[in-house]
Design a protein around this ligand. Sequence first.
Ligand code: NAD
Ligand code: ZN
Length: 238
Amino acid sequence: MQEWVQDARAIVFFTGAGCSAEAGIPTYRGRGGVWSEYRPERCASQAAFDRDPDAVWDFHDVRRAAMAAADPTRAHRVIAALQDGPARVAVVTQNIDGLHTRAGSTVVHELHGSVWRTRCACPDSPRDDHDLPAVRRCPDCDAWKRPDIIWFGDMLNGTVVSAAVDVLRQCDLFVSIGTSAVVYPAAELPRLAVDGGARCIEINPEETPASGLYQHHVRAPATTALAALWPEVADALD
Ligand code: NAD
Ligand code: ZN
């Protein structure tokens, strides 16, 4: 597998909540997952927002505060540092926490949006929005702002998906990190890399419904696995 890593000329990292778990941001599913505490239909859908926007913002303010307090892990930082190497590097993420960008990655396709943007009725919406807690109504158009993220029942942004599809088709090394691979349509995307002939590695301490797609599995946390795959890059981080 070390050969795969050295030969790679176009790498795509496909990341899910597990990639940020070591930053202290809970995953949705599994032990300690957010959905064991909250009901998704109550706090993450347009219908819930229309019914009770304050309740939905209460939930998101807690999540945003946790994400703001978290720092990128060595996994995010190894991925960003690989940009200085010979391969092109792109990130396709289901995460909404902005940690890849904060770590320095420059090509990041956020399939599920970002908690650090909000939408309102203004023509230049969505806008960057880092207020904590969030200012819930837009001071310019007076509409409720909503986080620019994909909630249950929302469509993905077509432009973001097309850009992700392009990098997935062109990559020769595909590394999935910390996704339970059950959220569609994002869960279908690895198939594009497989069909394009990429070498595929799954990093996840647990087996997932998509494990069969991958030729190689690293059953370890993201930071340990990336340090094992790219030891020189990890060692060079301070
Ligand atoms: P998920 O919560 O469904 O699954 C997390 C996966 O990560 C599991 O398979 C688990 O085994 C694995 N995992 C746990 N710890 C790990 C570690 N240290 N290293 C590697 N893997 C680890 O996550 P999902 O598949 O990304 O789907 C959840 C959806 O929820 C996504 O759409 C995402 O937008 C959203 N979400 C985002 C965040 C975030 O932005 N940080 C957090 C929670 C959920
Ligand atoms: Zn506005």
